[in-house]
Design a protein around this ligand. Structure first.
Ligand code: G16
Length: 562
C-alpha cells in the first residue's frame, strides 16, 4: 500500500473508533443495530464497498437501512455488481473490518485483503459506489460516514443517490453495470411501461371480473409510500385507484403498528385501517419497501385480518407464468422453429406454510428450500430458467435466465412475423413484460405489487378468490429474547437445531403432541432474538405449540421477554 493511501486510511479511521464492547456481524441483511453505535461500522463498510468495487471493476451499492426494524435502529448493506447481495465469501472480511479494534488493525486487514484478492490501490482506476438511505432520521449522518469510508480508498468515488427504497438502489447498480439507463426516473419508467403493457394484454371478455377497482396501501410510514405516490402519478391508471396510507407524512412512526412485518407477524390490521375497508384489497409495504403482503380487513370491528402472504404471492405468480408457458407451447398454434424446455423452480424457506408447498407441488412445480434470507433464495432461484422465490414475509421476486429471455425474445419476434396478435404471441409478450416489471436484482415491494395487480386483472380474481387458491394451515410466530442468540445453531434449511444439545429432541416431543404439528426455531439475523414458528391443524394448537416451544427456548437459553 502506498504511503499516501496508508496515511489517508489511518487519519480517517481514527475519527471513527468502534464503540467499546460492541461486536457486530454481517447477518441476514448486512449489519443492524441501534443507530447510536453504527457510525464506525458504516464508515468501515464504506471501505469494504470501495474495495469490492475495485476488485470487481464495477459499480457497487451501499444502502443505509434497517428495513423492518424499529426506527431507532439502522443498518448497512452492500449491493454486488449484479444488484444482488454482497458475495458471501466477503462476509467474514466485513465482520473482521467492522470489529478491528485500532486503525493499525484495520490497515493490516486491508493489506491482507488487497494482497489476497490482487486489488491494486494505486489510483489508476476510478470506480463509483452508489449510496442511498431510507427515511430514518439517523440515515443522514450515517451516510456521511459511509462516504468518508469510500473516499478514504484512493480510486473510489461515492455518488449520493439520496432517499431510495432498498430495491431501487439494487436495481440502479445492476442497470449501471449492464450499461442501461439507471436513474430513479428510469426505474419508475420501466415499472410503469411494463405494467401498462401487461394491462393492455388483459384477455378480452374479462371486463366483468371480480377484481375490484381499489387498492389501499400501507406505506409503513417509510420510503415506499412516498415513492408509490410518484409511481401512481406516472401510471395514470384507468379502472384502478391506489390510495396510500401511512406515508410518514401523517405523523406516524416508521414500522410502529404498521408495515408488512407487523401485519404478517401479528396478523392484525395496521394503524389507519379498519372495518370500513372491508371488501377492499389492502397491501402493506415494509420500512424500505422490499417486502409486500396483502390482507383483507374484518367486516366487523376487531383486529384480526385474513393475511395473503408471500407464499400466496408466489403461488399467484406461479399459476400465471405456468398459464403463459402452456399457451405459448399450445398444440394447434403457430409452430415454433425451436422449442425450449423451460425449467421453473419455486424457492421457499421453512416459514412457508405447508399448504402452499403442497399447492405448488400439485401444480407440478419443483419446490426447493433454503435458509431464511433472500441472499440464499436468490442464489438458488438463479439456477432455473424461471426462478420464483418468496419468503412468507413477502420478500421475493422472479428471476429469468438470460438464456430463456433470449429464446423468448427470438420466439416473440418469430411470432410477430407469422402470428402477430395471436394468443401465443400475447403470452410471449406478457412473459417479456413480467421480466421487465419484476425486479431482477432483488425482492421489490413496488414492482411485486404492480405484478400482483396485473395478474389479478388478468385472472379476473378478487383478493378473496386469490386467497382461496389454498387454505393456510394455522400458524403462529413468536420471538424470545435470549442472552446469546448465536448459541442456537441450525441445519437442514433451519428445520433442525444442532446446538444447544437436547433442545431439538424436546421440540420434537412437543410437536408430536399436535396433529399436523410442525415447529422450528432459529436465531434472527436482524434482531437480538430467537424466532419460533409453529403450524398445526387449529389456531389454538398452533398457539399452544409455539408457546410451549418458546418456553423451552427460555429454559435452555435465557430470559423470555415477548
Ligand atoms: C431481512 C432479509 C429477509 C429475511 C429477514 C429475516 O429482511 O432481507 O430476507 O427474511 O431479514 O429476518 P430475521 O433473520 O430477523 O428473521 P428485511 O426486510 O429486514 O431486510
Amino acid at each position: 500500500m502506498k504511503e499516501e493511501q496508508r496515511s489517508l486510511l489511518l487519519s480517517t479511521t481514527s475519527r471513527f473508533p468502534p464503540p467499546p464492547g460492541v461486536k457486530l456481524s454481517y447477518g441476514t441483511a448486512g449489519f443492524r443495530a441501534d443507530a447510536g453505535v453504527l457510525k464506525s461500522t458504516v464508515y468501515r463498510v464504506g471501505i469494504l464497498a470501495a474495495l469490492r468495487a475495485l476488485k470487481s471493476e464495477s459499480v457497487i451499492g451501499l444502502m443505509i437501512t434497517a428495513s423492518h426494524n424499529k426506527v431507532s435502529d439502522n443498518g448497512v448493506k452492500v449491493s454486488d455488481p449484479n444488484g444482488g447481495m454482497l458475495s458471501q465469501d466477503w462476509e467474514p472480511f466485513a465482520d473482521a473490518l467492522a470489529n478491528a479494534p485500532t486503525p493499525e488493525d484495520l490497515l493490516r486487514l486491508v493489506d491482507e485483503l488487497t494482497a489476497n484478492k490482487g486489488i491494486a490501490l494505486d489510483g489508476t482506476t476510478s470506480l463509483e459506489i452508489l449510496v442511498a438511505r431510507d427515511t430514518r432520521p439517523s440515515g443522514e449522518s450515517l451516510l456521511e460516514a459511509a462516504k468518508l469510508g469510500i473516499e478514504s480508498v484512493i480510486g473510489a468515488v461515492a455518488s449520493d443517490m439520496g432517499i431510495l427504497t432498498t430495491p431501487q438502489l439494487h436495481w440502479m447498480v445492476r442497470a449501471r453495470n449492464n450499461g442501461e439507463k439507471a436513474s430513479e426516473n428510469d426505474y419508475l419508467e420501466q415499472l410503469s411501461s411494463s405494467f401498462k403493457c401487461l394491462m393492455d394484454l388483459i384477455p378480452s371478455g374479462n371486463e366483468n371480473n371480480q377484481v375490484g377497482d381499489k387498492l389501499i396501501v400501507d406505506g409503513a410510514n417509510g420510503v415506499g409510500g412516498e415513492k408509490l405516490i410518484v409511481l401512481k402519478e406516472m401510471l395514470k391508471l384507468k379502472g384502478l385507484t391506489i390510495e396510500v396510507r401511512n406515508t410518514g407524512k401523517e405523523g406516524g412512526v416508521l414500522n410502529e403498528g404498521v408495515g408488512a412485518d407487523y401485519v404478517q407477524k401479528e396478523k392484525v390490521v395496521p394503524n389507519g385501517f379498519g372495518s370500513q375497508d372491508f371488501g377492499i384489497r389492502c397491501a402493506s409495504l415494509d420500512g424500505d419497501a422490499d417486502r409486500l403482503v396483502y390482507f383483507i380487513v374484518p367486516s366487523k370491528s376487531g383486529n384480526n385480518i385474513e393475511l395473503v402472504d408471500g407464499d400466496k404471492i408466489s403461488s399467484l405468480f406461479a399459476v400465471f407464468i405456468k398459464e403463459q408457458l402452456s399457451i405459448l407451447k399450445k398444440e394447434g398454434g403457430a409452430k415454433l422453429s425451436e422449442d425450449y424446455p423451460c425449467r421453473i423452480g419455486v424457492i421457499q424457506t421453512a416459514y412457508a406454510n405447508g399448504a402452499s408447498t403442497d399447492f405448488l407441488k400439485q401444480l407440478g412445480l419443483e419446490v426447493v428450500f433454503t435458509p431464511t434470507g433472500v441472499k440464499y433464495l436468490h442464489e438458488k432461484a438463479a439456477q432455473y430458467d424461471i426462478g420464483i422465490y418468496f419468503e412468507a414475509n413477502g420478500h421475493g421476486t422472479i428471476l429469468f435466465s438470460e438464456f430463456f429471455l433470449l429464446w423468448l425474445k427470438t420466439t416473440n419476434n418469430e411470432l410477430c412475423s407469422v402470428a402477430k396478435g395471436s394468443e401465443q404471441q400475447k403470452a410471449a409478450s406478457r412473459l417479456l413484460a413480467v421480466s421487465r416489471l419484476i425486479n431482477q436484482a432483488v425482492g421489490d415491494a413496488l414492482s411485486g405489487m404492480l405484478l400482483v395487480e396485473a395478474t389479478l386483472q388478468h385472472m379476473g380474481w378478487s383478493i378473496n378468490q386469490w386467497n382461496e387458491l389454498y387454505r393456510d394451515l394455522p400458524s403462529r410466530q413468536l420471538k424470545v429474547k435470549v442472552a446469546n442468540r448465536t448459541a442456537v445453531v441450525t441445519t437442514n434449511a433451519e428445520t433442525k437445531v444442532v446446538k444447544p444439545p437436547g433442545i431439538q429432541e424436546a421440540i420434537n416431543v412437543e410437536t408430536a403432541k399436535y396433529p399436523k404439528g410442525r415447529c422450528f426455531i432459529r436465531p434472527s439475523g436482524t434482531e437480538d432474538v430467537i424466532r419460533v414458528y409453529a403450524e398445526a391443524s387449529t389456531q389454538d394448537e398452533a398457539d399452544r405449540l409455539a408457546n410451549s416451544v418458546a418456553n423451552l427456548v427460555d429454559r435452555y437459553l435465557g430470559v423470555r421477554s415477548s
